[in-house]
Write a protein that binds this ligand. Structure first.
Ligand code: HEM
Length: 174
């Protein structure tokens, strides 16, 4: 919500999409969601820039493993992680890494609409540059519910006039 109020351009674009897909006379419904592509990109960009669990939850390695990491300079570095190590995954640093993401400090939902790799990146644990719900066997089981309810948080802002709660509008400057 804060990002949209701080980025009037994004809010306006979201409002235009809602007006175009839903029209002015009714509230957003479940069946509208697949057509709200920009809203989906806004939710993804929010989870990228502000992952709710920046360090996921602590994990414990069950067996020895070797991890090979390619550094931005092209060199490779190996890490030996012994069994029983407490592992914290810094999901925030990954999704805000300037090597992977262009202008990571900016809130730009359009990055998820560019044809090519970024358009395909999603939050379901298959693309390791964006893992707000973790990945693998312990991935968040509430992921789909969480994504769905995030739309319901974002869309009333975009549908001001339809929202019974508030008339949302961008702030000129803070
Ligand atoms: C935006 C909302 C949410 C975010 C960002 C989030 C994120 C996460 C993350 C990062 C983990 C740890 C994954 C890992 O270990 O790698 C997790 C675990 C979990 N989440 Fe969520 N979650 C959200 C909403 C929900 C909801 C709505 C539910 C339930 C309805 C839920 C239930 C759980 C449970 C039960 C686990 C533990 C899974 C396990 O350890 O096997 N989460 N969540």
């Amino acid at each position: 919500m804060a990002e949209m109020l701080l980025n009037p351009r994004v809010l306006k674009k979201l409002q235009e999409e809602v007006d175009c897909v839903v029209g002015k006379g009714r509230m957003v419904e479940m069946a509208d969601l697949p057509k709200l592509k920009y809203a989906k990109a806004v939710v993804k960009e929010t989870l990228r820039k502000h992952p709710a669990a920046p360090l996921l939850v602590p994990h414990l390695s069950m067996e020895d493993c070797e991890l090979q990491v390619e550094l931005s300079c092209g060199n490779k570095r190996s890490y030996h992680i012994p069994s029983g190590t407490r592992v914290l995954v810094n999901a925030w640093a990954i999704s805000n890494d300037p090597v992977r993401w262009e202008d990571p400090d900016r809130f730009v939902p359009e990055r998820f609409m560019r044809p090519g790799l970024e358009e395909e990146v999603d939050v379901r644990g298959q693309h390791f540059e964006l893992i707000p719900f973790g990945s693998g066997r312990r991935i968040c089981p509430g992921m789909h519910w969480a994504c769905w309810s995030s739309h319901w948080l974002a869309l009333p802002i975009a549908s001001s006039g339809r929202s019974p709660r508030a008339e949302w509008m961008p702030i000129e400057s803070i």
